[in-house]
Structure formats: structure tokens, C-alpha cells
Design a binder for this molecule. Structure first.
Ligand SMILES: Cc1ncc(COP(=O)(O)O)c(C=O)c1O
Length: 413
């Protein structure tokens, strides 16, 4: 069959709905200054869908630094991969400051968080090694694992007993192959908002020999003292052997980094294909990241404000009778029951009549009949935003329960 014919026939789980959803549910355009109040189709919406946790995206010092760095260096500088012609003192300074921030010896900068995880996993293991990973891992971990030529064992999400069981299997196999074991999990799971059981997994090191790689995309900046991450929060940062953070969330930028022992980072620097064979981060991004890191260190009150909003939102939702699952981080899922048409109508009502914009998760990402509205609080939301949202959610859930969003009452947008 012709490839083009094939993809025309099967457009993928989300793509199959693209005609109806494009521009509204998928690829919506949020316009104006990044923050809790943005324009959608020319009308202001209260926005809960951005990972701008600390509110840095539009911080005046950040905007000034970004603009000045772009004016001074342009977006092309430096050219080439780090190893060949793309290194600068700013890149090295950022690596050194990030290492101190996450309490590791050394750090390597990466162009994108996703690509960093995939490529680091690929780089660290060979066919003799065994990977043990959490079942609800982010796509970048799953894709890194897909590249692995050796065995992998998956443990039930955040189930330490199952992790131990998989480690037993992995240990047996690694003894046969002469390989090592890499355990991979996340600091904060971005859908449910629960923290990975890092402390408990680190404790398994007393029984098993393995290295722990943690993706802390949502934890850096939001968890632990001064935002040092989920390992700091749980008092087990030393037990995390390889730590990953992205710039795409709390840092409100783009890029990512991996921190570890000096010799591990040195190995990554000389072997990680995504960095050896790709252009290095442009200077304005590196200088912008340095400014954001400085602000995070100087202003712990941004993280305090994030948590004030998070606590108000989560306790208010629970008090109003909503199920927010097991979150213990700012990520706030609101679980409801309903069909996909009901979810669609509910979101349209929420956006058009209550002017609230948030992400919706339905089947096939979650089981059939489940609707998750996912709220991301930030330091720049207000308690008024929280109150308004909870009051609006109470109204829409009543409508959901009384069948007002049924398929035959399809709203149009
Ligand atoms: C857990 C997790 N890991 C990795 C990534 C990828 O990061 P980036 O957006 O920097 O590519 C994300 C972002 O979506 C994430 O949520």
C-alpha cells in the first residue's frame, strides 16, 4: 500500500477528529501576553492551561533580558553543535549554576526536553542492560525505552511492590547478560499530579543494584526548597543518579538539561547523539535561562504564591465535592464522568459562557466514560480566579449530571 494512502485511511487516535476539532479543541490560538487572562477567538478567557508555574513568562526582567540578548547576539549564535563550534561561556555558566541548583556535580544542556530524555536513555544503556520503568511514564521516556535493544520491565504506576518485583526479574537477567539496570520514573506525573515514589525507589537500592533516572519536568521550580525539585522535596535527591529538567514549564522557555556525576555528564557530552549531531541552544535562550534561574533563587515567594493558589484551588474543589484524585503537586485534575459528546459540550459551555479555558482529557488517554479537566495553577493567578472557577465548575457539573450536555444537545462553535 502507498504510504500516503495508508495515512489518509488511518489518521491516528486524535487526528481522526481533526476536521471537527482543529482550531477549537486542538491547535487553539491563545493570544496576547502569556498569563491567566488571554484572548481566545478575540474574547478574554481565564486560562488554566499553561505550565507557566512561577509566572516567569511575562516577568518584566525576563522580557527585558530576552529582548536584550536577542538584540545583542541574534538567534543564530552560536552555530553548530556544542562539540564542534557551538560552545560558549554562557552555556558553561548555565550548566554550572543548574548543577548547584539541583545539587549535582555537573550538567549538560539539551535543545528540547523530549529529545533529551529519548537520547539520554538511548545513550546510557546497551543491549545487555535492563530498563525498569513506570507504566504511566511520559512519551519521551517510552520513546527512549523503544530505542533500547535489550530487555525492559514495566512496573504498575507508582507501585513500589511491583517495582521491586520487576527489579528482581531485572537483576536475574542482568546477572546473565552482565549488564546493569536503569530505573526510570518521574518526579511529578503531569496528568494525575501525583509525585513519583522516589524515596521508596531510592530505598530499594539497599536490596538491588541499579541507577535511578528521574524526569522532573513538572517538579523543577515547583517542588522542594527554592524549587530544587521533587527529590529535594522528598529528601532523596542524592539517591537520584541522573536528574532531568525541562525549561518548558517553570522556566517558561525552551530546552532542557540533565544533571549527574561529573563522569556521567562527561560521557553524555561525548556520546549523546541528539547533542553531538544537532545545533546547540541559541545564546538568547541560554542567557534567558540564566535570568530565570536567578529569579527563582532570589524570589522564593513566587513558588510560595504558586502553592497558595494551588492549595486554594485544590481545597476549594474538594470542598465543593469535586474529585481531584491523588494530586500532591500543583497539577490539578478534576475527574468527571461522561461520554465524549458530553465532554465536548461541557468544554464549549465552559469556554463560551463562563470564559474559562482549560485542557480536557478523554478516551483513549483515559478509560471510556472518564473526563478529566486539567487545571494548572500559577503564581500569577489570583484567589478571585480560583473562586470564580470553582463556582463555574459547580454549575457545569450540575448540568453534566442532569444530562444537559447529552449528544442530542450538541453545541456549535
Ligand atoms: C514529564 C515530561 N517530560 C518531558 C517533557 C518534554 O519537555 P519539552 O517540552 O522541554 O520537550 C514534558 C513536557 O511536555 C513532560 O511533561
Amino acid at each position: 500500500m502507498d504510504i500516503f494512502e495508508k495515512i489518509q485511511k488511518n489518521r491516528g487516535p486524535i487526528g481522526q477528529h481533526s476536521k471537527e476539532s482543529h482550531g477549537y479543541f486542538t491547535f487553539p490560538k491563545l493570544e496576547g501576553e502569556i498569563g491567566p487572562h488571554m484572548l481566545f477567538r478575540d474574547k478574554e478567557k481565564l486560562n488554566w492551561s499553561l505550565n507557566n508555574y512561577l509566572g516567569l513568562a511575562n516577568h518584566p526582567e525576563v522580557r527585558k533580558t530576552d529582548a536584550e540578548a536577542a538584540a545583542q547576539y541574534g538567534l543564530a549564535t552560536p552555530m553548530g553543535a556544542r562539540m564542534l563550534s557551538g560552545n560558549t561561556s554562557f552555556h558553561e555558566q548555565l550548566e554550572s549554576e543548574l548543577s548547584a541548583f539541583v545539587q549535582k556535580q555537573d550538567t549538560i544542556l539539551c535543545n528540547f526536553g523530549y529529545q533529551a530524555m529519548v537520547s539520554a536513555i538511548d545513550c546510557l544503556v546497551d543491549r545487555r542492560d535492563v530498563i525498569v520503568y513506570d507504566a504511566e511514564s511520559h512519551a519521551c521516556i517510552l520513546d527512549g525505552v523503544r530505542l533500547h535493544m535489550g530487555k525492559r520491565y514495566v512496573f504498575k504506576h507508582n507501585d513500589v511492590a511491583d517495582c521491586e518485583k520487576q527489579l528482581e526479574r531485572a537483576t536475574k537477567l542482568a546477572e546473565e547478560t552482565g549488564g546493569g539496570i536503569l530505573v526510570i520514573t518521574e518526579g511529578v506525573f503531569g496528568m494525575r499530579g501525583d509525585q513519583g515514589c522516589l524515596k521508596e525507589i531510592v530505598a530499594l537500592k539497599s536490596k538491588f543494584k541499579f541507577r535511578l533516572f528521574v524526569d522532573d519536568a513538572h517538579g523543577i521550580g515547583t517542588m522542594g526548597k527554592n524549587g530544587g525539585g521533587t527529590g529535594v522535596e522528598q529528601g532523596c535527591q542524592d539517591g537520584i543518579d541522573i536528574y532531568f529538567g525541562t525549561f518548558a514549564k517553570s522556566f517558561a522557555l525552551i530546552g532542557g538539561f540533565i544533571s549527574s556525576d561529573e563522569q556521567v555528564v562527561d560521557f553524555l557530552r561525548y556520546n549523546m547523539r541528539s547533542q553531538i549531531f544537532a545545533k546547540s541552544l541559541p545564546l538568547p535562550l541560554v542567557i534567558g535561562a540564566l535570568k530565570r534561574l536567578e529569579l527563582m533563587r532570589k524570589h522564593p515567594e513566587y513558588k510560595d504564591k504558586l502553592w497558595e493558589i494551588t492549595n486554594a484551588l485544590q481545597s476549594g474543589l474538594v470542598k465543593a465535592g469535586f474529585n481531584i484524585g491523588v494530586t500532591n503537586t500543583p497539577v490539578t485534575p478534576v475527574f468527571m464522568n461522561g461520554s465524549i459528546p458530553e465532554a465536548t459540550n461541557l468544554i464549549i459551555d465552559l469556554r463560551e459562557n463562563y470564559d474559562i479555558f482549560c485542557s480536557m482529557v478523554v478516551y483513549p488517554v483515559v478509560p471510556k466514560g472518564m473526563i478529566i479537566l486539567r487545571l494548572i495553577p500559577t503564581a500569577v493567578h489570583t484567589l478571585k480566579d480560583v473562586e470564580y472557577t470553582i463556582a463555574s465548575f459547580s454549575k457545569i457539573v450540575d448540568k453534566l449530571k442532569t444530562g444537559q450536555y447529552m449528544a442530542d444537545k450538541i453545541a456549535s462553535v
